[in-house]
Design a protein around this ligand. Sequence first.
Ligand SMILES: [Zn+2]
Length: 259
Amino acid sequence: MIDIGVNLTSGRFHKDLTQVMDRAREAGVVAQIVTGTSVRASEEALELTQAYPNELYATAGVHPHDAKSWNDESAANLSALARAPGVVALGECGLDFNRNFSPPEDQLVCFEAQLALAVELQKPVFLHQRDAHEAFMPILQRYRPQLTGAVVHCFTGTRAELEDYMALDCAIGVTGWVCDERRGGELRELVKHIPAHRLMVETDAPYLTPRNLPTKPKGNRNEPAFLPYVIEKVAECRGESAEPLARQTAENARAFFQL
Ligand SMILES: [Zn+2]
């Protein structure tokens, strides 16, 4: 199994990362991609890949929440980081108009700059989109032909949005959102429409703890070792068994990120 989205630079993993890594390995998670959400976090993600070579990989990016911090210096720093071995994608980047922690104008600039960098470096992009599909699509459409790959992480959108992504040959990342009986209904219905070769799985740890865990973890912290619960639920929704789905999604991740 490969977890394509883990926020291991979160302070919530500082004390016991060794044990978190051990548990992930025991659960059969052979590789993880640490999400870079700011220049600083991307640096930390890269450092983690050096501590766990061939097991951890990183993305380098600035999350739309942080877009207001984007300037020439962050662009230069990110560009240098993205060239490092171990960094397998640009992002996470995109648009999040749900809470607008950064003004939409700043988000647009920051998103486009990272797409341009991904084109320049010929690395795939790890995308985040929330409540911004209409602004997001034309930008992605413009860059998509020159991008080597694009994955929409933590997909929670509609059928129409999924079709739009499929038309642009995007991959889709599914998280434990699918395990949430309160709000995951639409996603549970949609996952069977994602072609097998476009599907990848992620925990988004420490967030989005799967609600199908037998017992609630301490502090309700999610971790990569819980990826099997996401896969189990996705497989159930698709009417498949978990093992081939685990294998397929891992193969997809290896090919997509060139691990
Ligand atoms: Zn995200």
